[in-house]
Design a protein around this ligand. Structure first.
Ligand code: AMP
Length: 391
């Protein structure tokens, strides 16, 4: 029988990991507190809290390796697993990567230490420190919670007239523990990009081509890859040099963290330079296009890495290919209608089995082909995704 992979979190990422792993003979168990967790349809589901020791022990029984699909797994749960089952079932990516990915300050300090370009930032633990940080970084700037922020949540723009006391209190209310914020310079970026990379247990690193990302209301709306097929505005620097910068950054981060598995690094692209914004120590939404666009998807390679199998090729599915992925957010589209997503030639639809709710990622759809060939299909896809979009 194939190895049993334990995944902390049973959302769509765990669901897509399981779907990628069955052809390799792998089996899956997920731990998730939601009874209707999307991965429950395709994996054994332990329904319990991440803090519940009995649920954690049940989850860990007989697994060969433990991984996770979201970075907000409580550190104490990972420590419990590390102490009790690590000898038998390693945890990949390593807990240090999880701790770093949970904290915007730690990740920026890591980028700085590794010589990776990063927006200027300052730690903010009190209203007085916010005043000083704004003096140092200027306005506009972006104030963020260090922890538990995602999809643009837990952040506020500091503009010319912004009342700093009110901004501080909005993110750090009086009844919460004080501090725990970070101020970042506002980057007037040309575009946003990300790199998906994978490192094996033996230290082999592979990266997929740089991805061009567009967000609305802080939520990823569209990803296109490779970046070079869709954007040529790097100025004097070539897009090849951006790919090179991204590979160097991801490799340094993974080596520093003794990383195993897939890592995503998000960047702002400005004047031919990459500025690292954040890492996700897991498979990432901006890598969903790899399912159909690459020789090996991010999901399969994450599993290969954590299970100690050889990594797969990360090149495009065929020479000259490009991929466009649209997120489906809010309402669940009727895919079967003649004018629906399945009517778009070559469209690959992924629904996550989630109910509709504004701001919720309920699925995604991808088209792959030569850039000129998929231009029309991508526009059709966009217009359908836009009809359902509720942020
Ligand atoms: P985050 O939650 O940090 O991923 O931020 C969500 C989105 O907000 C990013 O994808 C950017 O579009 C925008 N954003 C975040 N930080 C900055 C910044 N320092 N400068 C400009 N835009 C930002």
């Amino acid at each position: 029988m194939g190895a049993l992979i334990g995944i902390l979190g049973g959302g769509q990422l765990a669901r897509m990991l399981a779907l990628a792993g069955y052809p390799l003979g792998l089996r899956f168990r997920v731990l998730d507190p939601a009874p209707d967790a999307p991965a429950g349809a395709v994996a054994e589901h332990i329904c319990g809290s991440y803090e519940d020791k009995a649920a954690l022990n049940h989850f860990a029984l007989d697994v060969s390796v433990i991984t996770y699909e979201f970075e907000n797994v409580p550190a104490s749960s990972v420590e419990h697993l590390a102490t009790h089952v690590h000898q038998r079932a390693p945890i990949y990516p390593p807990p240090l990567a999880l701790a770093t990915g949970q904290d915007r300050l730690l990740e920026k300090q890591l980028f700085e230490r590794l010589g990776i370009g990063v927006p200027r930032f300052a730690r903010v633990d009190s209203p007085a420190e916010l005043e000083q940080a704004v003096m140092k970084l200027g306005r506009p700037a972006v104030l963020k919670t260090r922890r538990l922020g995602y999809d643009g949540k837990g952040q506020a723009r500091i503009m010319e007239g912004t009342d700093l006391g009110a901004a501080y209190r909005a993110l750090c209310p009086a009844d919460a523990r004080p501090g725990g914020l970070i101020l970042e310079e506002f980057v007037a970026f040309d575009v946003e990009a990300s790199v998906i990379a994978v490192r094996s247990r033996t230290g082999e690193v592979r990266t997929w081509p740089l991805v061009l990302n567009e967000h609305s209301s802080g939520i990823l709306r569209r990803s296109r890859a490779p970046l070079a097929a869709f954007w040529s505005g790097a100025g004097s620097a070539s897009t090849a040099s951006l790919d090179e910068q991204a590979t160097v950054a991801a490799t340094r981060i993974m080596e520093a963290l003794d990383y195993v598995g897939v890592l995503a690094v998000e960047f702002f692209v400005k004047e031919g330079r990459l500025l690292a914004s954040e890492i996700a120590p897991r498979v990432h939404n901006s890598g969903h296009w790899t399912i159909e666009g690459s020789i090996t998807s991010q999901f399969e390679n994450h599993l290969r890495a954590v299970a100690g199998l050889p990594l797969g090729e990360t090149g495009m599915r065929f020479a000259g290919a490009a991929a466009v992925m649209h997120n489906l957010v809010g309402a669940v589209p009727e895919v079967g209608e003649p004018t629906g997503l399945l009517g778009v030639p070559g469209c690959h639809v992924h629904l996550y089995g989630k109910s509709a709710r504004p701001g919720r990622k309920v699925g995604h759809a991808t088209v792959v082909g030569a850039p000129a060939e998929i231009a029309v299909r991508s526009e059709q896809l966009r217009s359908i995704a836009d009809q359902y979009w509720q942020a």
